[in-house]
Design a protein around this ligand. Sequence first.
Ligand SMILES: *[C@@H]1O[C@H](CO)[C@@H](O)[C@H](O)[C@H]1NC(C)=O
Ligand SMILES: *[C@@H]1O[C@H](CO)[C@@H](O)[C@H](O)[C@H]1NC(C)=O
Ligand SMILES: *[C@@H]1O[C@H](CO)[C@@H](O)[C@H](O)[C@H]1NC(C)=O
Ligand SMILES: *[C@@H]1O[C@H](CO)[C@@H](O)[C@H](O)[C@H]1NC(C)=O
Ligand SMILES: *[C@@H]1O[C@H](CO)[C@@H](O)[C@H](O)[C@H]1NC(C)=O
Ligand SMILES: *[C@@H]1O[C@H](CO)[C@@H](O)[C@H](O)[C@H]1NC(C)=O
Length: 437
Amino acid sequence: MAGAVYQPLDPHYHKPSSKSHGCFLSKPITAWLACGFLSLAILHLFCCSPADTPQAMFSPLRQYINNTYSFVSSVPGGGRSCNYSVGNWVKAPGYGRRYNATKCNAKESHDCIRNGRPDTGYLDWRWQPRGCPLPAFDAGAFLSAMHGKHVAFIGDSMARNQAQSLICLLTASFPYRLLYRDEGPRSFNFWRYAFPTHDVKVSYYWYPFLVKATGKSLDDAIRDNHVHLDQPGDRWAADADTFDVAVLAAAHWLLNGAIYYNNSEVIGAHNAPPELNYTGVGYAWPLKMAYRTSVERLRSSSSSPERPRTVVMATFSMSHFDGKPTDDPTACLRTEPYMDGEVDNEWVFREVRDIVHDEAAAARARGGENSTLRVEVLDVSKLASLRPDGHPSLYMRPNPLANGMPERMYSDCLHFCLPGPVDTFNEILLQILRKKR
Ligand SMILES: *[C@@H]1O[C@H](CO)[C@@H](O)[C@H](O)[C@H]1NC(C)=O
Ligand SMILES: *[C@@H]1O[C@H](CO)[C@@H](O)[C@H](O)[C@H]1NC(C)=O
Ligand SMILES: *[C@@H]1O[C@H](CO)[C@@H](O)[C@H](O)[C@H]1NC(C)=O
Ligand SMILES: *[C@@H]1O[C@H](CO)[C@@H](O)[C@H](O)[C@H]1NC(C)=O
Ligand SMILES: *[C@@H]1O[C@H](CO)[C@@H](O)[C@H](O)[C@H]1NC(C)=O
Ligand SMILES: *[C@@H]1O[C@H](CO)[C@@H](O)[C@H](O)[C@H]1NC(C)=O
């Protein structure tokens, strides 16, 4: 079963499989259940086999089914609340093999399988929150929950990573149309898909500071970022009245630094060249202001009791260069997650994560009890911190080791492979969106 990485888990999967991988690999669950020898085997597993019969051939499948369906069957009907932010990754063979990223126009640099990443063990894990189940992603449930709605992702390349994951999860099971995509080098930075069966739209807006910015974020040849903390990003702000759900994710570019403005006047900087004499403002305060300006823009437009809007603030997803230079080819070569408590890396993300929680609480307080803006936190910091194995690493390009291990080569130890751990962000997002207020 080499290369058997594409296994839609979605019970609504209904597209005919273009390639015949046999009945198990690329057909709907119902279809492969109907496949003779497997359904017999499965029935055998569930009803008739004593616990210890030699079933070596089926044991990974058995474990897979056990893990997957004990969770699929416990999908809460909405309303149950659960803290997904703490837990552990538990072994679940095949669980993460959710789609083929080549078919959903993911960035080539995140399509680790196409790029020849040889180990696939990073796809064999399921996030187990402490004390409650996290159901597998269900594209039908997502689209039903979002019927008639527009879901917008706004932020940095981690927001994009998650947005692309969602597109892959949805397009693997449902028909779609690409409504627009910017031309040229920005083609991954501004796009919108439609899912006509449920009248759902999903958009992505590249605003790594959330708010308006010029300089490096638009043109990599420019050294500095000029960031207007009082002005929401213009392209998303122009569309904000159409959003029902806005997922915001930013922090990496603010940690890196910028020159900050209010009312078009410089008010300070972080990491700017010292000879410019700007007042240092750190990263925490600008990060809060960027979230605040964005949330208030989303509040001010047409949200109403009839059409409430949800803002989901995603927390910081740390990288795993582990102190090595980004061109060290060994920067992130792990092939297994960390177990909770195995490493102490919480100091990397704790402060930035807490800022997002604080800003969410402040935004709720500003809205008061009858606010038509619902503010939620998608806290992925912990689960992401445990996945050094889930990044593209050298496989951000095709066949990186064709000429042996190079002395210097850039690794991506920040974004996640698609499919990969970032799909779990969307599993949690689905539960947040299904939850009643
Ligand atoms: C099936 O799941 C149960 C409960 O989660 C677990 O105790 C058991 O070990 C699992 N069996 C296999 C074969 O993975
Ligand atoms: C979730 O768990 C974390 C860690 O125990 C805790 O800090 C946080 O307050 C919890 N969140 C909620 C909403 O209970
Ligand atoms: C993914 O899809 C592409 C394009 O259809 C195909 O060439 C490739 O073999 C598929 N990969 C896997 C692992 O199934
Ligand atoms: C910008 O200036 C206005 C007053 O002109 C002030 O109310 C606001 O808090 C300032 N915003 C930031 C991000 O500094
Ligand atoms: C920064 O301050 C120094 C010392 O006061 C001064 O000589 C220099 O001209 C200033 N630079 C700028 C860009 O204002
Ligand atoms: C919220 O709505 C309730 C019911 O309409 C009303 O009684 C209450 O005064 C409102 N609270 C605020 C702060 O507006």
